[in-house]
Design a binder for this molecule. Structure first.
Ligand code: BGC
Length: 467
């Protein structure tokens, strides 16, 4: 590198290419946020058995103990946008790492239920915020051709976090330990996220949005170096246009309203197809289906968890090749079919429906993991222009957590009121609606730069001829 260039970089504190970090590494570090999202939502299922005794929980207080984290996540998801814009992606992730770590340790020493619930809400704040901050950060550092794959790392981490939480619960339970170490273990990932983020760069697009162009240029060279001038020009153009419209209101303008509808629609459908009734209540459903002992029900659940992880790995390979739309369309139809099957299995009320139920669940989870699981979070981070990306992703995430909360708290009562078959058929209807919604409204963003996607909305949902 020329001497002057070296001096210029030193002057702005920018990294030297020799110290370049691979975008894969950066995406993997940020995805520890997803790992914590998965772990901290999954850990409660096994811990609940012990909490019940420690805090003498009844049915209602159990439900509250489970949903406290969702309440925190709803609040965290809505705070995330402003925080992410004000502090920057990197500092926000560092702050979230501190919240995860302190939250995990405090939960583990909770002396009573009230203290425990407050801690779970705090951890929830971190989860809800990380859910949109991580995809936004990765989408902004990734080259267009790898963006789907790199953002999907986060979904992989979520599924691994859920699976690991089951195993950790099982291991501590076997070792005769109670719920405290189950929650404390999350601190390890929290510390790893903090240390990893210390060496990761700030998002070039956030730097540009603050007018820090020298650093933007250095960061783009640092992490990608592909078509530097073109990319800088695109970012410049996107930021200088309509600057005066900054903020949430811009998302309501006719140009961007459709992007918001796509973000929020995908968010709601991701939950209304019933995914978390499987994630949170699978052991209960398996017991009803004939896996009588708790351990066989938990084992069947772990099989579903592993299928979720494996199918997400396949999604990573497909999302930038096959594209987002085909995955959404195929996935929603297959989920609907599997749910119809589940309804039929439960309606026939036969004696031994355990293995059929397991097969239907596996088909369902594989379809989810190939479609709405990763693609919603990915699109929520790529469909909004840089000026409003963090806010748009945060609103979509808020819709997702709220829908998650609604489905989770009504599921058991729904089964009580209309029966298991009708409940699964209801979710199947949402699968069909999700298909229609994706067919009509969701654009194919595969291989497009974030700035091209922005122009798509500006051109009334047409791609630039030149693009
Ligand atoms: C969803 C979560 C769900 C998880 C399951 C995520 O994309 O947002 O609600 O528990 O996938 O893998």
């Amino acid at each position: 590198m020329a001497f002057q260039e070296r001096e210029r970089r030193d002057a702005i504190g920018a990294p030297h290419p020799s110290r370049s970090l691979s975008v894969y590494f950066i995406a993997a570090v940020a995805s520890i946020g997803g790992l914590l999202f998965g772990y901290d939502t999954g850990v409660i299922s096994g811990a609940l058995l012990f909490l019940r005794q420690s805090f003498a929980l009844n049915a209602t207080t159990q439900e509250i103990a489970v949903s406290a984290v969702l309440v925190g996540a709803i609040i965290g998801s809505i705070l995330a946008g402003r925080l992410n814009d004000a502090l920057g992606r990197k500092k926000t992730l560092l702050l979230l790492a501190v919240i995860f770590t302190v939250g995990a340790l405090l939960t583990a020493i909770a002396p009573n239920l009230a203290f425990f619930l407050v801690c779970r809400v705090i951890v929830g704040l971190g989860i809800g915020a990380a859910a949109s901050v991580v995809p936004v950060y990765i989408s902004e550092i990734a080259p267009a051709r790898l963006r789907g794959r790199l953002v999907t790392f986060n979904q992989l981490a979520i599924t691994v976090g859920i699976a690991v939480s089951y195993w950790v619960d099982l291991a501590f339970a076997h070792a005769g330990l109670d719920w405290r170490p189950m929650f404390a273990s999350a601190a390890i990932a929290g510390i790893a996220l903090f240390l990893g983020m210390l060496i990761c760069p700030e998002s070039p697009r956030w730097l540009a949005s603050k007018g820090r162009w020298d650093e933007t240029r250095a960061m783009i060279e640092h992490i990608k170096g592909e078509q530097l001038e073109q990319e800088l020009a695109d970012i410049h153009r996107s930021l200088s246009e309509a600057r005066q419209q900054m903020g949430v209101r811009e998302l309501l303008t006719p140009r961007l309203r459709m992007a918001l509808i796509v973000g929020v629609g995908l968010a709601v459908f991701q939950q209304f197809v019933g995914i978390n009734t499987v994630i949170y209540y699978a052991p209960t459903i398996f017991q009803r289906a004939g896996f009588a002992s708790a351990s066989s029900a938990i084992l069947a659940t772990s099989v579903v968890g592993v299928a979720n992880v494996l199918a997400t790995i396949v999604a990573i390979l497909l999302v930038d090749r096959v594209g987002r739309r085909k995955l959404l369309l195929g996935g929603s139809l297959i989920m609907a079919l599997a749910l119809v099957m589940l309804g039929i299995i439960f309606a026939r009320n036969a004696a031994n429906i355990g293995s059929l139920t397991l097969i239907a669940f596996i088909v369902y989870i594989v379809a989810f993991a190939l479609s709405f699981g990763p693609v919603f979070w990915l699109m929520s981070a790529e469909i909004f222009p840089t000026r409003v990306r963090a806010i748009g992703a945060s609103i979509s995430s808020f819709a997702n957590w709220t829908a998650n909360f609604l489905v989770s708290i009504t599921f058991l009562s729904l089964i009580g009121a209309i029966g298991a078959p009708a409940t699964f058929w209801l979710f199947a209807c949402f699968g069909v609606l999700a298909f229609i919604f994706s067919w009509i409204l969701v654009p194919e963003t595969k291989g497009r730069s974030l700035e091209q996607i922005e122009r798509y909305w500006e051109n009334r949902r047409h791609w630039d001829k030149a693009a």
